[in-house]
Design a protein around this ligand. Structure first.
Ligand code: UFG
Length: 323
């Protein structure tokens, strides 16, 4: 393959994608400030420790080498924190994207892949959500993702930038070989928190909201295995390198699981009982989020291999148990 720059390649989804691309024979440089990533997650790649909001640092990476493609995973991701401290989110997520996109254009890299989110849709008007659903994010995190998507479209029209934007639904699970997994501090996501409760590393799992208009009253989400996310990035890269047009894809399974279903399946997988506390809804949580996955299948030839709930929970459990 080719020379690829992966911003945020030491983080959760980025590192799984680094591994998938190295396996395809790509030469990978990871640019990461290690604020939430881990150096050992970038093994096999050349790691440059640097801050994407530092324009000179970003430009210096591009002066050393010509990249054919740039993948941009680096982002602050906590919805709640983005509402409490929007300034931090706009500064970090937008300035880092501005710098990386500018250096990509100046450096002549022809292809750009952006980590977007289901959060760009806001409260869904239809389920499953198609890619042409209006972008109505309801929190600053989602708004930063939507703004970068608009920038990509503008840069595409004006400067010929070729890009794919991938809207992740609920990323979960871990590398089946046990090299990589999910580490967030603080952890806010359902599956890692559930596993930490099953391992006795947290007192209990809070179930946020039991009065949603869903069959069991808890919120329904579309959990997608991180290895299936990584394979979508490989396909998106091949799509762009083959000269095919810029596009936007949902990455989800189109199947939903409620919080209570996830808990029950985790108990079945681990043979343990989760200590659970029912709590009020978390601000901003919608009842149901489900991706339409038809477009990624049709255009990219994407196929899910690891995203059944049992595999997600088993790989996540194996990772956390030894972490
Ligand atoms: N939940 C709990 N207890 C927890 C954590 C979560 O009950 O300890 C519930 C949430 O209320 C929600 C579901 O489990 O109903 C999933 O919550 P996550 O925090 O795991 O994921 P979200 O759906 O809130 O967020 C995900 C991504 C975000 C993205 C969002 C799109 O992590 O980056 O989808 O709306 F913005």
């Amino acid at each position: 393959m080719t020379d690829i720059l992966i911003a945020g390649g030491a983080g959760y989804i980025g590192s799984h994608t680094v591994k998938a691309l190295l396996r395809r024979g790509a030469r990978v440089v990871v640019l990461d400030d290690l604020s939430s990533g881990r150096a050992e997650f970038a093994r096999g790649a050349e790691l440059v420790v640097g801050d994407l909001t530092d324009r000179a640092a970003v430009e210096a990476v591009f002066r050393r080498r010509r990249f054919e493609a740039v993948l941009h995973f680096a982002s602050l991701i906590q919805v709640g924190e983005s509402t409490a401290d929007p300034r931090k989110y706009y500064a970090r997520n937008l300035v880092s994207s501005l710098n990386l996109l500018g250096a990509t254009l100046d450096g002549g890299a022809g292809s750009f892949i952006f980590s977007s989110s289901a959060a760009v849709y806001g409260v869904p008007r239809e389920i499953p959500i198609p890619e042409d659903h209006p972008l109505e994010p309801y929190n600053p995190y989602g708004r930063t993702k939507a703004v970068v998507e608009r920038m990509l479209a503008d840069y595409g029209r004006a400067y010929g930038l070729r890009y794919v934007s991938l809207r992740y639904f609920n990323a979960a699970g871990a590398d089946p070989e046990g090299d990589l997994g999910e580490v967030h501090d603080p952890e806010t996501h359902l599956i890692p928190n559930l596993i930490l409760a099953l391992l006795g590393r947290r007192e209990s799992l809070d179930v946020f909201g039991t009065d949603f208009p869903t069959p069991d009253g808890t919120a329904v989400r579309d959990y997608i295995h991180v290895v299936d996310l990584a394979s979508a990035h490989v396909l998106a890269l091949e799509h762009l390198l083959a000269g095919r047009p810029s596009d936007v894809f949902n990455l989800g399974t189109q199947r939903g699981h409620s919080v209570r279903e996830v808990i029950a399946e985790a108990e079945a997988v681990t043979g343990r009982k989760a200590p659970v506390r029912d709590r009020p809804r978390r601000e901003g949580d919608v009842p149901v989020l489900l991706a339409s996955k038809a477009k990624a299948e049709r255009v990219l030839g994407w196929r899910l291999e690891h995203s059944d709930l049992q595999t997600i929970l088993r790989t996540a459990w194996d990772w956390h148990r030894k972490a």
